[in-house]
Design a protein. Structure first.
Length: 512
């Protein structure tokens, strides 16, 4: 089996080679943790966004959309707590001059210990087969007990240090003898807080220019528009406002490709509810969002919930949907019950009332909010990495195939004339002219048809339509299915329905 790192390297190089993702401004050697979406990537990303938008906005009559500006009044970020508390603990290595997130250094160290325990468990599973009782083994095997208790102890001391005193985190790093991952040096500075917001200026003259921030989340644009939307849309609580858009964070450790970027896109929804009803809605959205992910068919075993034990000051419940990325389970989406914290803070800082008059209760209140927040780029990585597969065929050859959920595939069908003459290209182009009203379709006449199939497999195209001499006689073509490689002879007039049936959002979302 390929090693995790190799799988991940393969994902990054496939994304570049096949026109999905390029490093930003690559001619200047790129910009750290900033990426550009190329011709196929932009289609895949757009399809993920639409799949989300359709399920959240179009399918829910009490959820509406919004597109707030990236630049917001700077007091927004004071009220939201980002100016004072949107920090990461950073530590510098005095020898290498490299900067790290102190908590990540400790977490990575703890994870190595956890991995030792998991290895013992897997070894025992292989040894005992069906008779293996994991629970009993974990509770009684001395080595596993020791590893897991050390792992938990480190994480709990880290959590305490992060809230009580950052110097305890530094002490933990020293006690665990954690070294600079790149150079091995243990010569560390103290741990300091580092604000993640990017600053910018509004206005031309140096004297009157106003300091602004590039938004670090899209959610605040929703909060400050809550009453505008409620009144102009005559919305009744409970209702939601959904938004997709760019967010910016000056991440200290920006790595793992598009998993952690400095400029990224979020898909967020704030659901405004009656105070006291938030837990009901929190559970509703946890379940609904997991079902949305599962509808894409990437495998139930690749998702898990991580319920937060330590909550942010504004939340009374929070969970992550974690996904099994090529580098392990990590956060993909957050579901947070944010109480009335944000609206109340904006009331306090703006001096305006942000309250809803509930006609059924005959009273005014500040609604509570349940938020769902998923990173579009992380979704892209989850879908792309899981879909990229290397298959060994019956004849012993291998093929690289990007088994994207067909609803998300950048190109739904490629039309291939068997040869470049005898009128076959003309028929192919006619087929494209007909299909392109409904689907993104491609034309390819270069190379032998087998090689063209492989290229479309690597691009994730669900269908290849081949036009040959029989087409001239009876208006039929072969349609090849990406995943099974099965080929059927069908009438040209049937193509639209065959493709539609396979790629329509309706059919996929109905699986929710
Ligand atoms: N409004 C809530 C909020 O922003 P968050 O957990 O900080 O919560 C939500 O971010 C989601 O945004 C994450 O689950 C992740 O998918 C995505 N995200 C956060 N930081 C990111 C980054 N630097 N690069 C890519 N995606 C990121």
């Amino acid at each position: 089996m390929a090693k995790q790192e190799d799988i991940f390297k393969n994902v990054v190089s496939h994304a570049k080679e096949y026109g999905f993702i390029f490093p930003s401004s690559e001619v200047y050697d790129g910009l750290s943790a900033v990426y550009d979406y190329a011709q196929n990537g932009v289609e895949l990303k757009k399809n993920i966004r639409e799949y989300w938008w359709k399920s959240m906005v179009q399918m829910n009559e009490n959820i509406v959309g919004l597109d707030a500006a990236i630049l917001m009044h700077p007091t927004t970020w004071k009220a939201s707590g980002h100016v004072d508390a949107f920090n990461d603990p950073l530590i510098d290595n005095k020898d290498s001059k490299k900067r790290y997130r102190a908590d990540v250094l400790v977490e990575d160290h703890a994870e190595k210990i956890n991995q030792k325990a998991q290895k013992e468990i897997e070894k025992a599973r292989a040894r005992f087969g069906d008779a293996f009782n994991e629970e009993e083994f974990v509770a009684t095997n001395a080595r596993v007990v020791e590893y897991l208790s050390k792992y938990k102890e480190i994480l709990s001391r880290l959590a305490k240090g992060m809230t009580d005193d950052l110097q305890d985190v530094k002490a933990l790093i020293e006690e665990l003898e954690i070294a600079d991952p790149e150079t091995g040096s243990r010569n560390w500075t103290d741990v300091k807080q580092f604000n993640l917001m990017f600053g910018t200026k509004l206005g031309a003259s140096a004297d009157s220019a106003m300091d602004l921030y590039l938004r670090p989340e899209t959610a605040q644009g929703i909060f400050v528009n809550f009453l505008n939307v409620q009144k102009s849309g005559r919305m009744k609580v409970p209702f939601g406002i959904a938004q997709t858009g760019k967010a910016f964070r000056n991440e200290i450790v920006a790595r793992q490709f598009i998993f952690r970027m400095r400029e990224f896109e979020q898909m967020e929804m704030q659901f405004f509810v009656r105070p006291g009803e938030e837990m009901k809605w929190y559970h509703h959205w946890k379940e609904t969002r997991l079902n949305w992910h599962l509808s894409l068919g990437l495998g139930k075993e690749n998702y898990r919930f991580h319920d937060h034990e330590k909550l942010a000051h504004y939340a009374n419940a929070a969970a992550d949907i974690e996904f099994n990325f090529p580098f392990g389970f990590k956060e993909l989406e957050g579901i947070h019950s944010r109480t009335d914290f944000d609206l109340k803070a904006h009331e306090q800082y703006s001096g305006r009332k942000l309250q809803y008059f509930d006609p059924e209760l005959n009273e005014n209140y500040v609604p509570y909010v349940v938020e769902t927040s998923v990173g579009l780029d992380r979704m892209f990585l989850a879908v792309f990495a899981t879909s990229l597969q290397e298959e060994t065929l019956e004849d012993g050859s291998t093929r690289t195939v990007l088994k994207l959920p067909s609803v998300l595939a950048p190109t739904k069908a490629a039309v291939l004339p068997l040869i470049k003459r005898d009128g076959l290209p003309e028929i192919s182009k006619k087929i494209i002219d007909d299909l392109k009203w409904d689907f993104t379709v491609a034309y390819d006449e270069k190379d032998a048809v087998g090689r063209r199939y492989r290229r479309q497999d690597a691009l994730g195209t669900p269908f290849c339509i081949t036009v040959d001499h029989q087409t001239i006689e009876d208006q039929t073509v072969t349609i090849r299915h990406r995943d099974t490689m099965k080929q059927d002879r069908v009438k040209i007039s049937e193509l639209k329905d065959i493709i539609e049936n396979e790629v329509s959002m309706k059919n996929w979302l109905m699986k929710m």
